[in-house]
Design a protein around this ligand. Structure first.
Ligand code: FES
Length: 218
């Protein structure tokens, strides 16, 4: 297809820049800003995904146009990003160095984590069944008081960057606000029979009521 705004190489550079920005966005520690950013991205995704799917359906009966679209690296990249087609190998970007290794070449490297106990005030100041987002050393976690106990759990849904502190907790089950995944706040394990899980953090309450949470971080 005819180049309009920039050439294929410039398009690749835009994608590389976007990759870098998304990596920076993952490091945002402020939970509210992160939620806002991901909500905006979700809406952008939706307003593009639906019309793009319709356009792709419309060209199904026009093989010549469809072929032209799929042969264009920018168009096929976009379609692949929205899961409408598989990306052709020759259209993958040169800057993506994919190295294929066999299973026996893979070794586990365990980097020991540092651990700190955080003092988070008197646990009685926490409202029951409320989720409180916290951040320490780039670890997003939340605390929740259930009766006279407090639990600390990763504030990021498994397989996603989205936080779960805007969800609800009931009977030790946290429900993620985005698509409804459920987790047991005591163990971090899925409460809806999926293989998802969240990291939990040790909690101590001193006799004075002082709440302490141990956070492990890289
Ligand atoms: S992000 Fe939590 S259920 Fe989808």
């Amino acid at each position: 297809m005819k180049e309009v705004l920039f050439n294929n190489q410039e398009y690749g550079q835009v994608l590389t820049q976007l990759d870098k920005l998304m990596q920076d966005a993952e490091q945002i520690s402020d939970v509210d800003n992160k939620v806002l950013l991901y909500q905006i991205l979700q809406y952008f995704d939706s307003i593009h995904r639906e019309p793009l799917s319709r356009i792709f359906q419309a060209v199904e009966d026009h093989p010549a146009i469809k072929k032209m679209m799929l042969e264009d690296p920018t168009v096929s990249k976009l379609l692949a990003l929205y899961d409408l087609v598989k990306e052709k190998a020759e259209h993958k970007r040169d800057d993506q160095n994919v190295v294929h290794v066999t299973e026996d070449q893979v070794t586990m490297l365990t980097i020991p984590k540092k651990k700190d106990w955080l003092e988070l005030g008197d646990f009685k100041d926490l409202e029951i069944n409320k989720l409180y987002p916290k951040n320490y050393q780039k670890v997003n976690f939340l605390i929740s008081r259930i009766g006279s106990e407090v639990f600390a759990i990763q504030n990021q849904c498994d397989g996603s960057f989205l936080p779960i502190d805007k969800g609800t907790v009931e009977d030790h089950t946290i429900t993620c606000p985005w698509h409804g995944c459920k987790y047991d706040v005591r163990t971090g394990k899925s409460a809806d029979d999926s293989d998802k899980s969240l990291e939990t953090f040790p909690v101590e309450i001193e006799e004075s009521g002082l709440l302490k949470v141990e956070i492990a971080y890289q």
